[in-house]
Structures are given as structure tokens and as C-alpha cells.
Ligand binder design. Structure first.
Ligand code: ADP
Length: 159
């Protein structure tokens, strides 16, 4: 039997957006299993707790049998090893994302040779979607629903 292809999609997902959702959909046909790994990014001020984000994401992907959601702390490559994953999924919007991601991807691969990062380009309609701005809209009582997965909007409304 061939080895299962397990990928980890790490991020802060605070909250998960249509941009993240589209990246996951692009990755799904390539892997047998995708673990969405929710971590806290020390450089970012969070809006939702990790527990809230786990619930939100579980709800968004409740019908995707290949997707599971876990929280993590520490190095992404250690999380990958623990869960027998050889792939990290990341999304790219622009050159800025690429510049940031490329060093992390190269260093992760140097730390752990068995782990490769796979990048997916965002769809043009999601190019401007950015969690920092969404958090700002939500904190100020604005409507960010057009940028969020429909399942998350329903979940936030308590539907
Ligand atoms: P992190 O704090 O690790 O950057 P994020 O939740 O902000 O976590 O992002 C997780 C991943 O999703 C990153 O690879 C990021 O570049 C990607 N991403 C974020 N927003 C979008 C978007 N609108 N389209 C495509 N990829 C995105």
C-alpha cells in the first residue's frame, strides 16, 4: 500500500477567510488528508481565541472528510513530524507573501528534509482579503461577511 499523503495547512486563521478556504480547496485533490493547524502568531493581536477558531473552522469544513483541524504550538515541522506529514500548504497573494514565505519554507526544509512547502496562488477575487483588515472591521462593528466563508457567517450568527 502506498503511503498516505498528509499535508498540514498552518496559520492563525483569525478568522478563517474565503481566501484560506479557496487555498484549501485547491490543495484537496493533491492530498489524502489535510490537517488545518491553528497556531497563535506572536506578531499578531488575536480577535478569536484558539478554541473559537477551531470550532469555526470545523464548522466550515464539516462536510470535508479529508480535513481535520487541530491547534498547535511550537515549530510547524515538529507538528508535521508528529502527524506523519511531509507537506506544508501555504497561500500566496503577492510578492510580499512570497518574500516572507520563501525564507520560512527554505529554513523549514533545512531543519526537516522530509518536509516540503507547497504554495498555491490565490484567486484574483481573494487577492485583497487579509485577516488583519477583517479583524479591524469586526472590532469596529463593521460587516466583513463578504470576505468570510458562508458557513462561518451562519456560525457567527448562531444559525
Ligand atoms: P499566518 O499568521 O501564519 O500568516 P494566516 O492565517 O494569516 O496565518 O494565513 C495562513 C496562510 O494563508 C498563509 O500562507 C497566508 O499567506 C495564506 N493566506 C491568507 N490570506 C489569503 C488569501 N486571501 N488568499 C490566499 N492565501 C491567503
Amino acid at each position: 500500500m502506498s503511503k498516505k499523503r498528509i499535508a498540514v495547512f498552518p496559520g492563525s486563521f483569525d478568522p478563517i477567510t474565503k481566501g484560506h478556504q479557496a487555498i484549501l480547496r485547491k490543495a484537496l485533490p493533491l492530498f489524502d488528508e489535510i490537517i488545518i493547524a491553528v497556531g497563535s502568531n506572536s506578531a499578531k493581536q488575536n480577535l478569536f481565541s484558539i478554541a473559537e477558531r477551531l470550532k469555526q473552522i470545523q464548522n466550515v469544513f464539516k462536510n470535508e472528510l479529508k480535513v481535520s483541524v487541530k491547534s498547535f504550538e511550537g515549530l510547524t515541522v515538529d507538528f508535521c513530524k508528529k502527524h506523519h506529514s511531509n507537506f506544508i500548504i501555504r497561500g500566496l497573494r503577492d510578492g510580499k507573501d512570497f518574500e516572507y514565505e520563501k525564507s520560512i519554507a527554505i529554513m523549514n526544509n533545512q531543519i526537516e528534509k522530509s518536509v516540503e512547502t507547497v504554495f498555491f496562488m490565490t484567486d484574483s477575487e481573494y487577492l485583497a482579503i487579509n485577516s488583519v483588515i477583517i479583524r479591524d472591521i469586526l472590532r469596529n462593528g463593521g460587516d466583513a461577511s463578504q470576505f468570510l466563508p458562508n458557513e462561518l457567517n451562519d456560525f457567527l450568527k448562531g444559525a
